[in-house]
Design a protein. Sequence first.
Length: 134
Amino acid sequence: MKIGKNGIRKNTPDAFEKATDKIFNQVENLTVTIQQIDREMVENRVEDLVINKTFNGLYVQKTILAYLAEFQHKPFRLAEPSEESVGIDGYVGDVSYSIKPDTYKTMGRLSETISVKMIYYTKTKTGLTFEVEE
């Protein structure tokens, strides 16, 4: 058994060396890739996020809220900016909802707490499916 720096046991004689080489290789690749990013690429990404992703997200929210409203025979509305800041995407009647893609449930970054009813949707080839939390 070999003991490396800081008293850590090495499983193989060159484990740290191999791991360091592998990580450093990825850092070098990242450095090359970052140098290829130009202003136009950033502008295209921003446009995609603002125009396409935001538009699509709002369209999905409105579609789901309208469907629930029709089903419940109640009015609906999208959230105001102050409501959005606390995770509300819209209302059906007096009930507030947060609408997220189903992948949101599996994300590890769920540090936010949203204290409204959740709706999770999935885009399919033929439209949308969604589930409403009780």
